[in-house]
Design a protein around this ligand. Sequence first.
Ligand SMILES: C[S@@+](CC[C@H](N)C(=O)[O-])C[C@H]1O[C@@H](n2cnc3c(N)ncnc32)[C@H](O)[C@@H]1O
Length: 286
Amino acid sequence: MMSLSAHKDRFHKSLDPIYGPGEVKSLFGLCCEHYLSLNYADQLLNMEKTLSSSESVQLDKVLLQLELQKPIQYEMGFAYFCGLKLLVNQSVLIPRQETEELVDWILKDCPDDRPYQIADLCTGSGCIALALKSNRKSANLYAFDISKEAIELAIRNSNLLELEVNFQLNDVLNDDYLGDHHFDVIVSNPPYVLESEKSLMSKNVVNHEPHLALFVPNDDPLVFYRAIAQSAFKALKTGGSLYFEINETKGNTILELLTNTGFKEIVIKKDLNGKMRMVKCFKPYA
Ligand SMILES: C[S@@+](CC[C@H](N)C(=O)[O-])C[C@H]1O[C@@H](n2cnc3c(N)ncnc32)[C@H](O)[C@@H]1O
């Protein structure tokens, strides 16, 4: 039988070389909260408490997964995004902080709770669509993804959070999925990591997150941006806007692509880390 502090030492011994002590401290704190229902104060008060065998087994199990660099969100089965608790599994990308900034940008540009028509292309867990719906209850949200597992999970999230979004299984590289609908806002965080960047990425992303969500071929890195820009230009109302999350190295090329498609007032925005990570543009009045 081991005490909580002995487990903590074990976490640090095994994981510090991989994640660094600061990150391990917060991972251990999260595990105590989630698996042992101990908040930070309770953890400090119970450091010398001997854990039950099932509690010990649970912490050892998570430790093993963390040693394999499996993201803690997949292990726990949820992640937070814009204040929403979302189910995640290995069919979907773990929602990122920079994507929250994209949602904030849209919310600032759409300040009133009006019946906006909004589409989220490549929705994954449904994070963007659900966060928008939770902040703009009168908006009508549509969201698309090619992965059946992702759409199933997004629908579960929508039901759990009681946020109505019309999720549909569709390939955004096809032309016709938006039908005759006219949107005020179209947003997408499509796959944008080059195959050649794989070796530069951390193992916990490459080995565990879905490659369908991440990678694009080296010889056509903008395949999603081109297809989405074209369908969005047709499906947006005049004056409507398109928002993308982008690969920080592709800002200028995407600007050119959007200009050539007919979009105006193209703005590239840096994220909190100073990386060119988001773009927005308007469909001009004729
Ligand atoms: C970068 S992830 C973004 C997920 C989510 N929107 C987010 O921001 O966390 C890209 C998503 O695109 C989906 N996807 C990949 N190819 C697609 C395609 N041809 N059509 C529709 N969705 C696609 C993947 O399944 C994945 O969920």
